[in-house]
Design a protein around this ligand. Structure first.
Ligand SMILES: Nc1ncnc2c1ncn2[C@@H]1O[C@H](COP(=O)(O)OP(=O)(O)OP(=O)(O)O)[C@@H](O)[C@H]1O
Ligand code: SF4
Ligand SMILES: [Mg+2]
Length: 313
């Protein structure tokens, strides 16, 4: 069953230099009980896509298309309805918890907030639930540590606190944007394991943005790859790693240390001035005449595999 269905989403920023077309005609479904990975090089539009779903983009943005969640189009919802969805139904876990946590409130109080706001609990009951949540996120001595402030927590513990906050109201969908960025490798592995446990236990779905394909391979059922504001491939995780279909994905996998670190030549195009034809054509070793003039649509390679490339037309 589909939980979230994004159709032809376009998110553009109006800037002094022109329109930045950060997300271009993206269509993507997130199914119930699945973890979908979203990967792609820096600046390709992953965060803008996540913020578009949560309606957290700045004023200078034009968003078009549909984001259907439980038969309602999130793009059309009023701010009040959207506030109810955020946190209660769709949770966000972003990188750098220090900037998301309030420095002058204790961790326990901050994790209590969603229980009060979305579940109508009084402080004492919310606090009890918050401490259980911190315990579930494996924060040691949660009763004592709940009384501490964010600066008294290590980076890993802060991210655990953020995860507790995100999962407090048992959301159906979790959107995690590079949740382990900036943490030590061992801590990263622990956080990923924790997220896997908590998400599976609660039967939630997750859209996780990551640079790290190892994380994607461990956590995700399916993977969506973005290039220059567009989705270029959606595949099951095993198919993707054993036989990536899109030329960009083939190069992307070859650029990993495990596969010899062959870098992809050239750089990704500016999102203000995208190349005509296939956006990847200046860097694609398979490019032919049609690729320089026509823009490929998404083709279905087989059930569950979609690729934006003329080689599969
Ligand atoms: N508020 C904004 N105004 C103008 N342009 C923006 C704004 N926010 C993002 N962009 C541009 O949109 C594009 C996509 O940015 P985005 O943050 O989504 O990339 P990303 O894929 O998340 O990259 P990273 O992996 O580095 O986090 C970039 O070119 C970025 O400069
Ligand atoms: S459409 Fe052409 S340029 Fe684009 S990825 Fe496919 S082969 Fe390469
Ligand atoms: Mg980002």
């Amino acid at each position: 069953m589909t939980l979230l269905s994004i159709k032809d989403l376009k998110s553009s920023f109006i800037t002094r230099d022109g329109m930045v077309r950060a997300v271009n005609k993206v269509s993507l479904d997130v199914f119930e009980n699945e973890t979908l990975g979203l990967v792609g090089e820096s600046g390709c539009g992953k965060t803008v896509l996540a913020l578009s779903i949560l309606r957290l983009l700045s004023e200078n943005t034009v968003v078009e298309g549909e984001i259907i969640y439980k038969e309602q189009d999130l793009i059309k919802l009023g701010e009040k309805e959207m506030r109810n969805i955020r946190g209660r139904e769709i949770a966000q876990i972003f990188q750098n918890p220090l900037s998301s946590l309030n420095p002058v409130l204790t961790i326990g109080l901050q994790v209590s907030e969603p229980f009060m706001l979305h579940r109508g609990m009084k402080l004492a009951e919310a606090w009890k639930n918050a401490i259980s949540m911190l315990r579930a996120a494996k924060i040691p001595s949660p009763t004592e540590r709940g009384k501490e402030y964010p600066h008294q927590f290590s980076g890993g513990m802060r991210q655990r606190a953020m995860i507790s906050m995100g999962l407090a109201c048992s959301p159906e969908l979790i959107i995690a944007d590079e949740p382990t960025k900036g943490l030590d490798v061992t801590i990263q592995a622990q956080i990923i394991e924790l997220m896997r446990e908590l998400v599976n236990d609660r039967g939630a779905s997750m859209l996780i943005i990551t640079h790290d394909l190892a994380v994607a391979s461990e956590l995700c059922n399916r993977i969506a790859v973005m290039y220059s504001g567009e989705i270029v491939e959606i595949s099951g995780i095993k198919d993707f790693f054993s036989s990536p279909a899109h030329p960009y994905c083939k190069s992307f996998l070859s650029s990993l240390p495990l596969n010899g670190m062959k870098p992809i030549s050239g750089s990704s195009p500016s999102l203000i001035d995208v190349p005509e034809g296939c956006r990847f054509h200046p860097r694609c070793e398979y490019a032919y005449e049609r690729c320089r003039t026509e823009h490929p649509e998404i083709y279905t390679l087989e059930k569950g595999r979609n690729v934006r490339c003329f080689l599969y037309a």
